[in-house]
Design a binder for this molecule. Structure first.
Ligand code: PLP
Length: 399
């Protein structure tokens, strides 16, 4: 390693789209990240809900190394064995039928919206194109997804926005029903909002969304990009409700750190997407699907979700007792599973807590609404969860 890392925001050639911290990680092992000085950090960011199996997981490393020696890329002009296998596994685990592979979350959502519109088009409903989104939603940064995302600052200067996206307050079924019409192609929903501040859908909300969609002939698209791939204790977060979406968008944790996304859809929707209707050069490459299959191998191991459930309960109990202890500082414990948020009282800043945690080598992620997000790897141990709670306790005390 060269030592000439006197980069600053001024000298860096990297476009300044992120307010980056001056941390340089070189290596990861499980829930731990190591910087260039060998300093260890407990990673409760997980690359923003990507490294769900931690860093350097032996099975993921072995599967990817095996594939690197065989074949990287061939394009979707040919059959890809690992893609067939991963599609079948995702279809079986959701009860849906067709899978389209892509490279990122925003792309999965774009595909999901295209599929919803195409399905209605195939059924002769040309005018049914509006996508009903939720307040506080985050669906990605492409031009299309900026219109679905409800963060005015993210849109500033990028207009004109795509049309055909409406918003209703998240969690409010009356407002949702009032917005329904024969123009609505789909209701687009994150079962647990991530960037919006770790907001879990209130009890019964997803059931109400499904009922409204059915009544008005619309589809339900679940954006499981952040809350899916085990993060809330089941493979997908909606699986803890009684509903089945028509289309599921997944990405982040799907490749365990290898960039990939997928859209999972019911048969009639997939059938409307014939040859030439959609495409991607890189999506579902042999390398990507080797990573995706390796992630599912680990999650399919006996006891994986039992152990995760125990750790989730441990963190949940710990966060709630911290809230009792520091009630003037934490106004709410939000989210579900390992997509948790501490909503700070107005007199305190989530960013200050985040900085204090970082000084103690615990990495977390800010979210909208003065919320600090905790996104630990799903493979975390009991001792490591205890350590998170201990560091949080110390930092809340001195905040
Ligand atoms: C991260 C995220 C996206 C966008 O994913 P990218 O891979 O960054 O394009 C979309 N929806 C949700 C819920 C996300 O958390």
């Amino acid at each position: 390693m060269s030592d000439d890392r006197n980069f600053s925001a001024e000298t860096s050639a990297v476009m300044p789209t992120y307010g980056r911290l001056d941390l340089w990680f070189e290596r990861g092992e499980g829930v731990w990240l190591y910087d260039k000085n060998g300093e260890a950090y407990l990673d409760c960011a997980s690359g923003i809900a990507v490294n769900n199996l931690g860093h350097n997981h032996p099975h993921l490393v072995a599967c990817l190394k095996g594939q690197v020696d065989k074949l990287w890329h061939v394009s979707n002009l040919y059959r890809i064995e690992g893609q067939e296998r991963l599609a079948r596994r995702l279809a079986d685990k959701t009860g849906l039928d067709h899978v389209f592979f892509c490279n990122s979350g925003a792309e999965a959502n774009e595909g999901a919206v295209k599929m919803a519109r195409r399905y209605h088009h195939a059924n002769g409903e040309e005018g049914r194109h509006t996508i009903l989104c939720a307040g506080g939603a985050f669906h990605g940064r492409t031009l299309g997804m900026l219109a679905a995302t409800d963060r005015p600052a993210f849109r500033e200067g990028f207009g004109p926005l795509a049309t055909g996206f409406d918003h209703v307050p998240f969690g409010n079924l009356n407002a949702l029903r009032d917005a329904m019409s024969d123009k609505i192609a789909a209701i687009f929903i994150e079962p647990v909002q991530g960037e919006g501040g770790a907001n879990a859908a209130p009890e019964g909300y997803l059931e109400g969304v499904r009922a409204a969609a059915d009544e008005f002939g619309a589809l339900v698209i679940a954006d499981e990009i952040q809350c899916g791939m085990g993060r809330t204790g089941t493979l997908f977060a909606y699986q803890q409700s009684g509903i089945e979406p028509d289309i599921i968008a997944t990405a982040k944790g799907l490749g365990g750190g290898f960039p990939m996304g997928a859209v999972i859809a019911k048969k009639a929707i997939g059938d409307a997407m014939g040859p030439g209707s959609h495409g991607t050069t890189f999506g579902g490459s042999p390398l990507a699907v080797a990573a995706g299959n390796a992630v599912l191998d680990v999650m399919d191991e006996a006891g994986f979700f039992d152990n995760l459930g125990a750790r989730i309960t441990q963190l949940d109990d710990g966060l709630h007792s911290l809230q009792v202890q520091f009630g003037q500082k934490i106004s709410e414990v939000r989210g579900a599973g390992f997509l948790r948020g501490l909503k700070m009282d107005n007199a305190y800043q989530a960013a200050d807590l985040n900085a204090a945690l970082r000084d103690r080598h615990l990495l977390a992620v800010p979210a909208a609404d003065n919320v600090l997000r905790l996104l630990p790897p799903l493979t975390i141990s009991q001792e490591e969860v205890e350590k998170i709670l201990m560091i949080l306790h110390e930092c809340l005390e001195t905040l």
